[in-house]
Design a protein around this ligand. Structure first.
Ligand SMILES: *[C@@H]1O[C@H](CO)[C@@H](O)[C@H](O)[C@H]1NC(C)=O
Ligand SMILES: *[C@@H]1O[C@H](CO)[C@@H](O)[C@H](O)[C@H]1NC(C)=O
Ligand SMILES: *[C@@H]1O[C@H](CO)[C@@H](O)[C@H](O)[C@H]1NC(C)=O
Length: 224
């Protein structure tokens, strides 16, 4: 009887301890950011998210890691920031890796924190989009010198993997493709017919994945 009573007292003590501890250790939870995802153009990798509330007093903390590793690392430039994006290009620069990022909100006014929200897995190599190159034409006696100019950031990053092709589209809408040799961005078109109308478009291709950009806007002319 005494034992049972003691047990009951212990249980009461434990429950009492629990009921005191639990509420004081969980602070009011802040709603987490939503739509956390990478947007990547020409290997510039930006994490974006949406604010959980319309409150303007929120700050955000961003961490990243390589897929498969245990530890999260702070993104130095994105601790306690108020904007809704963070440039992770410098820490996600190995195009062969897979990355994760996560973000959480904190509120200065209520000193509360949200849960961390994880991005989908991100691969610079597969997920980045390539912008269309610019196209320049010079009409010379030797033919039309076509120059393709990809964005500078892309050239810096992927120099020897960049290839270009030119589409020559004639008046009846049929197109012929001219590949540019590796690392060249210049091509001379010779056998175009006089008085015929043509449009040219350019596209960048990145090897070995054969990742393609959108086509440039068309440059059209009539051969004199
Ligand atoms: C923020 O405010 C806008 C308009 O004032 C409203 O449409 C929107 O639903 C609000 N968003 C949140 C998360 O409260
Ligand atoms: C066009 O080609 C001519 C002849 O090769 C050259 O002299 C001229 O500088 C070129 N113009 C441009 C804008 O590249
Ligand atoms: C357009 O190109 C195709 C294929 O190169 C050719 O067969 C056709 O005759 C051309 N049409 C015109 C109007 O130049």
């Amino acid at each position: 009887m005494a034992c049972l009573l003691l047990g009951a007292v212990l249980v009461l003590l434990l429950l009492g301890t629990l009921s005191v501890c639990v509420p004081t250790q969980i602070p009011a939870m802040l709603a987490p950011p939503t739509q956390v995802r990478f947007k990547s153009m020409d290997y510039t990798n930006i994490l974006h998210w949406t604010s959980p509330t319309n409150s303007s007093s929120l700050q955000y903390y961003v961490q990243w890691k390589i897929y498969g590793e245990l530890n999260w690392l702070d993104v130095d430039d994105c601790q306690g920031i108020v904007k809704h994006q963070c440039d992770l290009s410098s820490v996600t620069s190995d195009t062969r890796e897979w990355y994760y990022a996560r973000v959480r909100a904190t509120s200065l006014s209520t000193s509360s924190k949200s849960a961390w929200v994880l991005s989908p897995r991100f691969s610079p190599r597969w997920d980045t989009e390539i912008s269309a190159p610019a196209l320049k034409l010079n009409f010379t006696l030797q033919g039309i010198v076509v120059r393709v100019k990809p964005p500078r950031v892309l050239v810096r990053k992927m120099h020897s993997s960049l290839h270009h092709q030119i589409f020559v589209i004639n008046n009846s809408g049929e197109e012929e493709v001219f590949e540019m040799a590796c690392c060249s961005n210049k091509l001379t078109l010779k056998k175009l017919i006089h008085n015929a109308k043509y449009c040219l478009e350019a596209q960048t291709i990145i090897f070995p994945q054969a990742k393609t950009s959108a086509r440039s806007s068309a440059k059209c002319f009539t051969m004199l």
